[in-house]
Every structure is written in C-alpha cells, then in structure tokens.
Design a protein. Structure first.
Length: 357
DNA sequence: GTTCTAGAAC
DNA sequence: GTTCTAGAAC
C-alpha cells in the first residue's frame, strides 16, 4: 500500500511557519485515509480541500476559503491539483488557473497561492502494506564486502579526486523513507553500497540497473534535487562536479579508447532525483527494448551536461523546449549514419555493423 | 522506470 | 501463423 504525503520544500519553513505546518499536518492526515471505495483501484484516492478549516490559522489574506483541491492518485504516482480560488496556484511556476486541473509528480513544485507555500509531493510505503520496504541501517562502505568488490573501480575513479571523504547523507537520508513508488527507486539504489561504484562528499555513482549500452552509469548528488527543473544557479558547482566525476568514470573505463561516451540528462526523466547519465554510444544492451529507450538517448531529449551547465550559468535555470516529449515518438534513426530502421530488432541488427563485438 | 499483453503489422 | 509495438498496470 502506498500513502501520499505533501511536504513543505524547506523543513525549516514548515517548523517556523505555524500556518504552513498546519496545512502540512492536515494533508498528511487527510490523504493517508483508507480508500473510500473498493473499486478496481484498490488504494482508492482521497480529495482534500484546503480552505475552510484552516482559514483561521492562515494569516495570509490572499488565502481564500477554497483555494485548491488535491487528489492523490497513489497508484499512478501523481496528485491532481485543481485551482478553486481566484488566486494563482502554480506548479513549477506555471499557473494552473481557476477551475483547471493539472497533475503534480514527485519533484514538481506546487505553490498554493501567489508563489507562496511551496510544496512537493512524496509517495511513501505504508508500513502496514505489502510493499513496505525494510530499511536496514547503513554500513560504512569500507566494511561492506560487496563494495570491496568494486573497490578497484572506485579507487581508479578516485585517483584524481582529492576530497574523497566519508559520505554525509544530509537530506538524502530522510528521503530514503520515501521509496514506495517506483519513481523513487533511485534514492534507494544510490544509498545501497552494493550499487555504488564511486562516491565522495557531493555525489555517488551507480551502475544503471537496466543499462542501455555496454557502459552506463548514473551520477547522483547526495543533495535531494528532484529534477532538472529544480536546478538553479547555486547548483552550478555541483553540476560541474557531477560532470567531472562522469568524465572520470569514462577515463577509468577500459573501453574508453574504442567507444565514444556521452554525458547528459533526460529532459523529462521518469525517475525522481536528478541524475547524470554517463553512457557509451554502442547501445549494445538487451535492456534497450523500445523506441522510447532509443529516442531518449539519441534525440534532443538527451540534454548534454555541458548544455545544462551553460543554461545554469546564463539563465540560472534549465529550460526544456516545448514538445520535447514528442521526440520519443520519432522514427528509429541510427545515431551513427542516420539510416532509418523500421523496428527495434532491425535497428539492433544494424548497430552491429557499427559496433562489432 | 519495467512488465505484461492485446492487437496491429507483417 | 509470428513479430513487434504501445498502452495499462505496477
């Protein structure tokens, strides 16, 4: 069973601002209710109204009686947000508009009214449910046998990294509780010593669980940053560091001289927690199975790390062009010779000519 | 993100 | 008949 909760973006704000704290509690309480009906969707859903019951505690005069309706769709991994009041409710700075309804996923930022009261949504495993995860205490990597197995890789990558110190989890640790929904899976993987191939005080590198090429790593910051959309100018150094670590992974790879690599981000990632893909360009993998896989790495859906850094430096944020999701539906085209192939199996057969084993 | 599978395409 | 895709479910 999954529960949904809404959390203020800044813990400090939740604690120091009583009105926000009340909303937070109200949402936690209301949304975690049992399903109203036994429909096909066994988890059901619950609608929450922000307004009447909280009116007395909200000092902000702009907060009307019924400003926003939130409906958690736990099975689908999003929350429907409907703006009831006249004041602008926004998701990722885009105003919803009175009477309109949009979906908000983990990682997206909800402002209840006028860019105030920032919230994110999180899906959490129900401790009483079947999908609850048993969280074990984390052991130091040096004491973990499995990570010793990877020590060679880690040491190779560490050679040029002077400040490799024991990991400070910071926000990431509290986030590890929210592993109920599949989109939160990276948070679990990045904290699993068996998955880690490199780590320092800022980032961790794991092998992609379903690699789409002979070499495919993910570089993740310990800091909890939901997605590209949340990146700001102050993250510039961190993103540059992620790039450097990605480059080091390539350098220590025995195939780095025979294979080309790319480092970049998916414009609209499925998994929460910002992650840099470091992927060899052979795309020789049984896990590459469909058009979405292919186009997500070979069209402009894949945004080069350098371009992300440049956007942060010049605009202070990362802009994804409208219609980017449509790129995933483009015909299959070889990234080497631009030849169009009719099916995935045909494409894979064609790729063998460019990348013989 | 993956898995499963109905039905489209061949 | 088989292969393959694409959308629902998870």
């Amino acid at each position: 069973m999954l529960k949904c909760r809404f959390a203020g973006l800044s813990a400090r704000r939740v604690i120091t601002n009583p009105s926000v704290c009340l909303i937070y509690r109200q949402l936690c309480w209301a949304v975690a209710q049992k399903p109203l009906s036994k429909t096909k969707n066994a988890l059901g859903s619950k609608t929450v109204f922000l307004g009447p019951s909280l009116e007395v505690t909200i000092k902000d005069k702009k907060f009307p009686w019924q400003q926003v309706e939130l409906k958690a769709e736990c099975n689908k991994g999003y929350v429907k947000v409907k703006q009831l009041g006249l004041n602008p409710t926004s998701v990722d700075s885009v105003v919803v508009g009175k009477g309109n309804e949009v979906k908000i996923k983990p990682g997206q930022q909800l402002h209840i009214v006028n860019q105030l009261y920032p919230y994110t949504v999180q899906f959490k495993a129900d401790p009483n449910g079947n999908h609850s995860s048993t969280k074990r205490p984390r052991e130091p990597a040096s004491e973990d046998r499995e990570s010793q197995r990877e020590a060679q890789t880690m040491n190779a990558a560490k050679q040029t990294e002077e400040n490799s110190v024991p990991v400070s989890h910071g926000e990431a640790k509290t986030m590890s509780e929210n592993v109920g929904h599949w989109s939160q899976g990276l948070k679990t993987s990045m904290e699993d010593p068996k998955m880690q191939v490199y780590k320092d005080d800022k980032v961790v590198v794991i092998k992609d669980k379903y690699p789409k090429a002979r070499h495919h790593w993910l570089v993740l910051p310990w800091q909890s940053i939901p997605s590209l959309k949340a990146l700001r100018e102050e993250h510039c150094d961190l993103v540059k560091h992620m790039q450097r670590v990605g480059d080091q992974m390539i350098q220590q790879c025995p195939d780095s001289h025979s294979l080309r690599f790319r480092t970049g981000y998916h414009a609209i990632p499925s998994m929460s927690h910002v992650h840099l893909h470091v992927i060899s360009q052979d795309f020789d993998s049984p896990c590459l199975k469909n058009k979405k896989h292919w186009n997500s790495f070979t069209t402009d859906y894949f945004i080069e790390s350098h371009d992300v850094i440049q956007m942060l430096e010049t605009d202070g944020k990362v802009t994804v062009k409208e219609g980017t999701s449509e790129l995933l539906k483009l015909p299959l085209r070889c990234h080497m010779c631009r030849k169009e192939l009719p099916t995935i199996p045909a494409l894979k057969e064609h790729l063998k000519s460019h990348f013989p084993r």
